[in-house]
Design a protein around this ligand. Structure first.
Ligand code: NDP
Length: 304
């Protein structure tokens, strides 16, 4: 099976001495499956994780259409693959590949990490929520307990982060979405885990929030969800799960409206990858230096 190789971060094969993973072969095979997937930074990120933690693994890109997805993923595992990251549009289809799901993947109804187990079964996990929480709490130093959170968007990414955020005991989570019914049904699905309500995008009340998370894909088309400035106050922190070379429209808008700070999803990207790496290799890689290297590469920063 030929992996795609024209990614911005390029397909990375790292062949260093395995320091910890004695149960693994010389170069274990992982990778990311999406459609399209050429834009993915995952090979670059996992290549650096592997190098810096002394792990030996390959990590190419696989561009599979929805029709190809299941048979070709099963073929990769049959050929000895140890694990895969799964990205748009396959995260829900990947649930059907897993023999068993972690609780967080079951809550999310979506899988972004598949891991071959020693007994030949395939574990399905979802590390997006853990990635967001680590970026918010560990990297950005935010406190979530008793805070009011607004999540804009009700797609797969929003679904994956609600349970991990509720576990941090915010005062409430309000979900709003362009298609209001999706926000309402998402809120209902998580109502047993904490205070969460779903509202149409024109019906957000209660004044400024402590944290506003843009979980829509609007930024990907250089667009802004139709939100009003009443959700932003001088203490509000804004977070766009999307990321780009310059400020996303949501980050620009939030700063214009006078929020305390605004961040893009680069840190979430790194942290969810680190959690996948831990699921596969049993090692939590250091992320700060990889985030710096990623930004240097992606944003064209660093030494000339
Ligand atoms: P989905 O396609 O599952 O959901 C898209 C969501 O965006 C829906 O709620 C949709 O609303 C909404 N939306 C799309 N366009 C607009 C618009 N112009 N105005 C208002 N709402 C809009 O996508 P995902 O949930 O998988 O991804 C969402 C974002 O999160 C993407 O930008 C993705 O890149 C990012 N992401 C980042 C990660 C990271 O590690 N940093 C990890 C995962 C995702 P409706 O229901 O009305 O169609």
């Amino acid at each position: 099976m030929t992996p795609t190789s024209s990614a911005p971060g390029a397909s990375v094969t790292v062949d260093t001495q395995p320091a910890v993973a004695q149960n693994y072969r010389m170069s274990d095979s992982y990778g990311v499956v999406g459609h399209p997937v050429a834009h993915s930074w995952s090979p670059f990120i996992h290549g650096l994780f592997a190098r810096e933690s002394g792990q030996s693994m390959t990590y190419p890109l696989y561009d599979f259409t929805p029709e190809e997805f299941e048979p070709r993923v099963r073929e990769l595992f049959a050929q000895g693959g140890r694990g895969l990251n799964i990205t748009v549009p396959h995260k829900m289809a990947a649930v059907g590949i897993a023999t068993r799901l972690t609780p967080r993947a079951a809550h999310a109804g979506a899988v972004n990490t598949l891991a071959m187990q020693k007994d030949g079964t395939i574990l399905g996990d979802n590390t997006d929520g853990a990635g967001l929480v680590r970026d918010l709490c560990d990297n950005l130093g935010l406190v979530i307990i008793r805070r009011r959170i607004l999540i804009v968007g009700a797609g797969g990414a929003a679904r994956g982060v609600i349970a991990p955020l509720l576990a941090l005991e915010p005062r409430e989570i309000v979900i709003t979405n362009r298609t209001a019914e999706r926000a309402e049904s998402l809120a209902q699905a998580f109502a047993k885990l904490g205070s969460v309500q779903g509202v149409g995008i024109g019906y957000i009340g209660g004044g400024p929030f402590d944290l506003v998370i843009n979980a829509t894909s609007a930024s990907l088309s250089n667009d802004l969800p139709p939100i009003t400035a009443t959700i932003i106050g001088p203490e509000t922190v804004c977070y766009d799960m999307a990321y780009g070379k310059t400020d996303t429209p949501f980050v620009q808008w939030s700063l214009d409206k006078g929020c305390a700070r605004a961040a893009q999803g680069w840190g979430m990207l790194i942290e969810q990858a680190a959690e996948s790496f831990r699921v596969w290799r049993g090692i939590k890689p250091a992320t700060a230096s990889v985030l710096t290297a990623l930004k240097e590469r992606a944003l064209g920063l660093g030494a000339p």
